[in-house]
Write a new protein. Structure first.
Lengths: 196, 196
DNA sequence: CATTAAAACTAATAATTGTTAGTTTTGTTC
DNA sequence: GAACAAAACTAACAATTATTAGTTTTAATG
């Protein structure tokens, strides 16, 4: 039988993971069957196991790829010496970019993490919590420096993260909004509000 | 065998629906089995079918109960004669209250609607789209009246709805934040921003 | 106490699930 | 072209799924 070539610069495992992300987003992890995934890949279900260990291993790969991307971004920006508002703006923009460029993966990480098995579930939640904590520290520094209003930092972080997460609804709506307009609108809304 | 009494002022169907909402939230609709639900209710699985028609019927009940609650609230407030910012504030506060008082149901409606069957799936999406459209009209009126900055109304509505939706993470964190503090922080953030 | 309807039970069904075992095909290297 | 490993295949497994059929128990009514 004909072999399906993996995409250029990617192993077959990568192809499977990518198709799985699309399928998991569409159907949800539990409702997405290995047979259905195999069909998308162009192969019979048992053949998948020549490349992957298990269904849940695919989910792990997706969730941690996303989680690591956010963690690494935070590592990459110089938190100590930048203005808090500049930091927050760049973080918001990064979240929006991730949502637009890795839609399926981010969606799956946001929605299907609860189906991770231990110890991956705990690790994932710990990593997310640590990420939120770092954002809270940025906010609190901003308040002390007088850049930000005094608010409950946790609620503010939650508000920002949830808002950008909501971009998962955008593709379904097919609004023609440029990425720049999208980013600017959200950044302004979340930082300066909407009241004149 | 002993019958399990339904909660006071509620039929057994109501009890099943309530337990189902908790289970669907915890496990996801697909991973939640009727046997597990039956166990929560205190009964064998087939006995559930004396009260309900099917598993997906339960999901329908939950999703539309939530959708209707939001639709009815918008109907109940006098959109024409109130200031736009007052309207938005009361709507945000209602969303937060719903999230706090009907946590499981709102969570399930937000996360598991994709498992609805037709025509309920289409109806649900239409109803949500119509709701968003009404919010957009409120925002656009506010811009024309000079109350609000000129922004992309869809993005602003999406930002607000997503932000309040994010309260689904709150219970897991067990932060001790009063409802009043929570509401005020979010309302201020979403309307006036966080920059001093 | 007899009757009756609601609601519990047990047993079973057909379908689908992730995954394994064992076999054959493929494509590359000598 | 022979050899070999990678990766496809078929067949099958045991477990779990929602749901139905048929029977018994419960609790309230007369």
């Amino acid at each position: 039988m004909a072999r399906i070539k993996p995409h250029k610069n990617g192993t077959k495992k990568d192809l499977i993971t990518q198709k799985a992300a699309a399928l998991f987003r569409l159907k949800g992890y539990s409702s997405a069957s290995m047979r259905h995934l195999a069909e998308e890949v162009g192969v019979e279900a048992p053949s998948l196991y020549n490349h992957i260990g298990s269904k849940s291993e695919i989910l792990q790969a997706i969730c941690f790829k996303v989680a690591n991307a956010f963690t690494f971004y935070l590592d990459s920006i110089d938190i100590k010496y930048a203005k808090c508002t500049t930091l927050l703006e760049s973080i918001i923009r990064f979240h929006i970019k991730m949502m637009l460029t890795s839609f399926n993966e981010v969606y799956v990480a946001n929605h299907e993490w609860k189906h991770l098995k231990e110890p991956y579930l705990s690790n994932f939640l710990m990593q997310r919590r640590a990420y939120e904590k770092r954002l809270m520290e940025i906010m609190e520094a901003g308040m002390q420096a007088g850049e930000l209003k005094k608010t409950n930092a946790y609620i503010s972080v939650l508000t920002i993260l949830s808002a950008v997460r909501g971009l998962e609804f955008l593709p379904a709506r097919k609004k023609d909004i440029s990425n720049a307009e999208l980013e600017n609108n959200m950044v302004n809304h979340l930082l300066k509000g909407i009241i004149k």
